[in-house]
Design a protein around this ligand. Structure first.
Ligand code: 5RP
Length: 253
């Protein structure tokens, strides 16, 4: 299901942020208001450029609200964000059950399946999504699609152990019919992107027709030896919040 909420007044003064940034902020602020409940003590914090607005809103709930809370990061970026915001850092080792995890997404379909891993964090993101009683997505309007792969053409992010990357690439090309699957390279092609877990990332595009069955693609990729995790999150999210260009919010649930 999907619903459109009434336009909200942006918390950011006109002209200070782009429309896209404002829509990320509106999505994040609304999701925090609805899902980070006063009684929650363990909160998962995802990765990407939308998540800082999640943390911003949580900080705005005040020191008292956050005094007894612990925040679990999905990677280096969110760890830095938690620490620099003065929030208490925890680890999923200590807190394998999380009240709510909020995270961004590269694209979300009508069934709340999503592509994640644009920032190479999807292994830890999936762990925190699974550990959470409630998993919530926040994104700008560009990520709200009927079928995965509509706007996000980079492909499904796949974390692989470095030893196996060439074999997995070959499997993707020859067995799973993703001829454009490539190893993700760092800026200026200085070398492969290395995840927080010391692994490489492959991006494997599939046409939209095949992405209508994301669970099947996910399962096929996961079967390849050397694959650590696939950036397809199927039926995991409770709801997704999208900020729109006109200042309204679309919620899918
Ligand atoms: C990182 C992710 C991000 O959540 C995803 O790429 C969305 O990022 P952004 O909020 O910058 O659009 O999955 O691995």
């Amino acid at each position: 299901s999907s619903t459109k909420l009434k336009p909200l007044k942006s918390p950011i003064p006109e002209g200070e942020l782009s429309v896209i940034e404002k829509s990320k902020q509106l999505a994040a602020w609304t999701a925090v208001d609805e899902h980070v409940l006063p009684e929650y003590r363990v909160i998962g914090i995802g990765s990407g450029s939308t998540v800082p607005y999640v943390v911003e809103r949580i900080v705005n709930q005040g020191a008292e609200a956050n005094r007894d809370r612990v925040f679990i990061p999905t990677g280096f970026q969110s760890k830095e964000l938690i620490v620099s915001s003065g929030l208490s850092l925890g680890d999923v080792d200590q807190y394998p059950t999380i009240d709510v995890t909020l995270d961004g997404a590269d694209e979300v379909d009508t069934q709340l399946n999503c592509i994640k891993g644009g920032g190479a964090c999807h292994l830890r993101e999936k762990v925190l999504a699974e550990a959470a009683t409630t998993f919530i997505l926040v994104a700008d309007y560009r990520k709200n699609v009927e079928y995965l792969g509509t706007n996000f053409k980079a492909g499904v992010p796949i974390e692989v152990v470095p030893f196996a990357y060439a074999k997995v690439l070959q499997n993707l090309h020859q067995v799973l019919d993703s001829p454009k699957a490539t190893l993700r390279m760092a800026v200026a092609k200085a070398g492969p992107v290395v995840s927080d877990n010391g692994n490489f990332i492959i991006d494997a595009p599939f046409d939209v027709e095949r992405m209508k069955e994301p669970y099947t693609i996910m399962a096929q990729i996961k079967m390849l030896t050397g694959v650590v995790e696939v950036g397809l999150f199927c039926h995991m999210a409770r709801a997704a919040y999208f900020g729109n260009q006109d200042g309204s919010i679309t919620v899918k649930w």
